[in-house]
Design a protein around this ligand. Structure first.
Ligand code: ZN
Length: 345
C-alpha cells in the first residue's frame, strides 16, 4: 500500500510511524496534499501483521484485508458524498433505507455514524493488532457528532487509535484539536508534483497542476471529474465573451471556483502581475479592474452558500455573463443569448 503513496508523503510517513505515540492523531495539511492517503497508510502500517521497518508489508493477511477494504479492525468515517470519489463505496448500507437513493448524498458526518463507530471501537480487535478509526474530513462532523466523539477521543478503549484527517484544523472544535497529537503535511515542490502526475499518466499535467493551485491530488481530482487541460485553457476566452459552455454541467461549487481563479488571474494581469491558475496565453487582455472587483464579490457571495436550490446551469450562466462585463471588447457570445443577471434576481 505504501507504494501507492506519493513520494512527498514517504518521509513524513516514516517520521509519523516513529514519533506518533498518542492514541489520537490529527493529520492536517493543504487540500490535495494527500492527507487521506497518508492516514490510510498509517492505518495499514499499524494493522500490518508483519511490518517491515515499521511500514505495512503489503502481503500479510492484515495488509490484504486493508487492500480489499474489508479489514474488520479498520473503521472509516466519511460523508456519503465523498465515499465514492475516495473509492470507498458504501453499497451495503443502501438496502437499510430504500428512500436514501433519492436523497442527495450527505456532505456531513452525522451523529448516528459516529455512535456506530464508537460502538464498533468497544468490541475486541479481530486480528489482535488493535483497531484504527479514520475520520475524513474531520470538519464534516457536525457539532453534535463531534461532541459524541469527545469521550472516546479522550479515553479510547485499549488498542484503539483514532486518526482525524483535515485540510483545515481551525474548523474543528478546540476540544477535539487539543486531544490529538498533530501531524502536518506540506505540498511538494511543483517539479516533484509534476513528475509524479506525469508518472500517473495524467495528460496536460502542467496545466491541471496550475489549475489546482499546485495541489497534485486536486489536479487528479479535476481529471477524474472530466476536466482536461484543453477545456481548462478554453475557460478564460469563453467567459470573456459571455459563453458558459466550458463550465456547463459542472457542479456549482466547482464552476464558481474556476471563475474565482479566472477573476484572480485577470486581476493580477490587470495590475501587471503573473497569473497563477491559467496559462498566461489563455487569458484575454484588457480586463477592467472595477468590473473584476464587482465580479469577485458576486462570486464570493455565491461561494459562501453551500447548497443551491435554484437551477445550477442558470446560476453559472448568470455568473459568466457578469464576468464578461470585465472584457467589454471581447467578441459577443455566438448565440447572442442573454440571461437575467444576478443583479436582477
Ligand atoms: Zn502486512
Amino acid at each position: 500500500m505504501d507504494d501507492m503513496l506519493p513520494p512527498w508523503l514517504q518521509a513524513p510517513l516514516t517520521g509519523a510511524l516513529a514519533r506518533l505515540r498518542g492514541h489520537a492523531t490529527l493529520v492536517h495539511g493543504p487540500s490535495g496534499v494527500g492527507q487521506f492517503e497518508f492516514s490510510l497508510a498509517l492505518a495499514a502500517a499499524w494493522l500490518c501483521e508483519a511490518p517491515v521497518d515499521g511500514r505495512a508489508c503489503g502481503a500479510c493477511v492484515g495488509c490484504r484485508l486493508m487492500q480489499s477494504r474489508t479489514h474488520p479492525d479498520f473503521c472509516l468515517l466519511v460523508p456519503e458524498a465523498l465515499a465514492a470519489s475516495l473509492g470507498w463505496g458504501m453499497e451495503d448500507e443502501a438496502p437499510r433505507d430504500p428512500d436514501r437513493k433519492k436523497a442527495k448524498p450527505s456532505r456531513e458526518l452525522k451523529v448516528e455514524a459516529v455512535r456506530d463507530a464508537i460502538a464498533w471501537s468497544q468490541k475486541t480487535s479481530s486480528r489482535g493488532r488493535g483497531k484504527v478509526m479514520l475520520i475524513h474530513p474531520a470538519q464534516a462532523m457536525n457539532a453534535i457528532a463531534a461532541n459524541a466523539l469527545l469521550k472516546t477521543l479522550e479515553e479510547p478503549p485499549p488498542g484503539v487509535r483514532l486518526v482525524l484527517s483535515t485540510s483545515d484544523p481551525e474548523l474543528l472544535l478546540p476540544t477535539l484539536r487539543s486531544r490529538c497529537q498533530r501531524w502536518s503535511l506540506s505540498l511538494p515542490a511543483a517539479d516533484e508534483a509534476l513528475q509524479w502526475l506525469e508518472g500517473q499518466g495524467l495528460e496536460g499535467a502542467q496545466v491541471l497542476l496550475r489549475a489546482a493551485g499546485g495541489r497534485p491530488l486536486d489536479a487528479l481530482g479535476l481529471a477524474a471529474e472530466g476536466v482536461g487541460a484543453v477545456q481548462w485553457r478554453a475557460i478564460p476566452a469563453a467567459v470573456a465573451r459571455g459563453d458558459a459552455g466550458p463550465l456547463s454541467g459542472w457542479p456549482v461549487p466547482r464552476a464558481v471556483e474556476a471563475c474565482q481563479k479566472l477573476c484572480h488571474d485577470a486581476m493580477r494581469l490587470a495590475v501587471g502581475g503573473a497569473p497563477a491558475f491559467f496559462p498566461a496565453d489563455s487569458l484575454p487582455g484588457g480586463a477592467l479592474l472595477p468590473a473584476l472587483v464587482a465580479w469577485s464579490k458576486s462570486l464570493a457571495r455565491i461561494a459562501r452558500h453551500d447548497e443551491h436550490p435554484w437551477n445550477a446551469n442558470l446560476l453559472v450562466e448568470a455568473l459568466v455573463i457578469e464576468g464578461a462585463r470585465a472584457w467589454p471588447r471581447a467578441p459577443a457570445a455566438p448565440s447572442g443569448k442573454r440571461l437575467a443577471t444576478l443583479d436582477a434576481r
